[in-house]
Design a protein around this ligand. Structure first.
Ligand code: UDP
Length: 319
C-alpha cells in the first residue's frame, strides 16, 4: 500500500514507518520536526517536512494514513490547553478534511490511555467511561469522537489504538536502532536510565502514598516493537464506515519501584531515587485489558516483560 505516516520522525511513528517499509509498503513520512528527528525517518521512506495541515499536498494517491503527529506532554497541556486543542484536534480535523478531498478512506490513529482518566476498575476495557483528566487526554478523546462521526457520516475506515506506557527500542532489519530521544523527557524509564548513564544524579519518584502494594503508581508497560506491529494489523482491520477502538498494553501492572528495581538489575547501577510528592493528574493504577485486540486482530506481544523493554532501551542508548 501507499501510506502516509504523520509524525513519522518521532519515537513511535518512526518505528511504525520502519516496520511498514520492511513489510513492503511505500511510505511517506510527513513531520514538521518540532519534536521529531529527520534522521529517525527510515531509509526506505520518503520524507516531507511539514505540518499535518499541509497533508493535502501529499495525500493524492495514498491508500491510508497512520496518524502520530501530535503534542504529547501532559504537563504542558495543562499550562497551554489551546495548543493541544489546536494541534491535536484542529490538526487532525484538517487532515480528515484533506483525506476526504483526496478520497483517502483509511486511518490508524495514535490514541491514549489518558482518554480514560481515573479508571473505576482494572484492567480497563474499551467500553469503560472516558473522563480524561487533562487537555492532552481530552484532545485525543475528541479525535476519537471525530473519527466515529466521520466513519458514520462519510464511510471512513478508522482504528484508534489506545497506548498504555510505551518503552524500549526497535532494531530494524537493516540493523538500524530506533529509540526514544525526547528533548523534554517526562517518561519514567528514560529518566531512570539517564541516571544510570550518569546524565542525572537521581530520579524522582512521584508519590509513595498511592493505594498500591508499595505506594507507587502502577502502569502497564508495552514494548515499542510490539506496539508498532499492532498498527500493521490495525491497517488491515480497517473497515469502511467503522471506527474500532483497541487498548494496547500487556495487561500487567508494574509499580514505579518495581520498574526502578528492574532498571538497577539490567544496568548494574545503583540509581539513587528521591521520594517526591505526587505528580498532578496521575491515576494510581492504569492497566489495559488487551483482550479485544488479541481476540479480534490476533495481536500477541513478543516482548511482554518489563525486563526486555528496559534492556532494549538501555542497549540503544549512545555511550
Ligand atoms: N514517574 C516517576 N518519575 C519520573 C517519571 C515518571 O515517578 O521521573 C512516574 C509517574 O508518576 C507515573 C509513572 O512513573 O506514575 C509513569 O509515568 P510516565 O510519565 O512514564 O507515563 P504516564 O503513565 O504518565 O503516561
Amino acid at each position: 500500500m501507499k501510506l502516509l505516516v504523520t509524525g513519522g520522525a518521532g519515537y513511535i511513528g518512526s518505528v511504525v514507518a520502519a516496520q511498514l517499509v520492511e513489510a513492503g509498503h511505500q511510505v511517506t513520512v510527513l513531520d514538521d520536526l518540532s519534536t521529531g528527528h529527520a534522521d529517525a525517518v527510515p531509509a526506505g521512506a520518503r520524507f516531507v517536512e511539514g505540518s499535518v495541515t499541509e497533508a493535502a499536498d501529499v495525500l493524492p494517491g495514498m491508500d491510508g494514513v497512520l496518524h502520530f503527529a501530535a503534542k504529547s506532554l501532559v504537563g504542558e497541556s495543562v499550562e497551554k490547553p489551546g495548543r493541544y486543542w489546536a494541534h491535536n484536534l484542529g490538526g487532525t480535523l484538517a487532515l480528515l478534511d484533506a483525506m476526504r478531498s483526496a478520497e483517502v478512506g483509511r486511518i490508524v490513529f495514535s490514541s491514549t490511555a489518558a482518554t480514560y482518566g481515573e479508571p473505576e476498575r482494572s484492567p480497563i476495557l474499551e467500553t469503560d467511561p472516558t473522563r480524561p483528566a487533562n487537555p492532552y487526554g481530552a484532545s485525543k478523546l475528541a479525535v476519537d469522537t471525530a473519527l466515529s462521526t466521520f466513519a458514520g457520516l462519510y464511510g471512513l475506515a478508522a482504528v484508534s489504538l489506545r497506548y498504555f506506557n510505551v518503552g524500549g527500542a526497535y532494531t530494524g532489519e537493516d540493523g538500524r536502532v530506533y529509540r526514544e530521544r525526547h528533548t523534554v523527557e517526562t517518561h519514567l524509564i528514560p529518566n531512570v536510565l539517564a541516571v544510570a548513564l550518569g546524565g542525572r544524579d537521581s530520579v524522582s519518584v512521584f508519590g509513595t502514598d498511592y493505594p498500591t502494594s508499595d505506594g507507587t503508581c502502577v502502569r502497564d508497560y508495552i514494548h515499542v516493537a510490539d506496539l508498532a506491529r499492532a498498527h500493521l494489523l490495525a491497517l488491515d482491520a480497517c473497515s469502511a464506515g467503522e471506527h474500532k477502538i483497541y487498548n494496547l498494553g500487556n495487561g500487567t501492572g508494574f509499580s514505579v519501584q518495581e520498574v526502578l528495581s528492574v532498571c538497577r538489575e539490567v544496568t548494574g547501577h545503583e540509581i539513587p531515587a528521591v521520594m517526591c510528592e505526587r505528580r498532578a493528574g496521575d491515576p494510581a493504577v492504569l492497566v489495559a485489558s488487551a483482550e479485544k485486540i488479541q481476540r479480534e486482530l490476533g495481536w500477541k506481544p513478543e516482548h511482554p516483560s518489563v525486563r526486555d523493554i528496559v534492556a532494549d532501551a538501555w542497549a540503544a542508548l549512545p555511550r
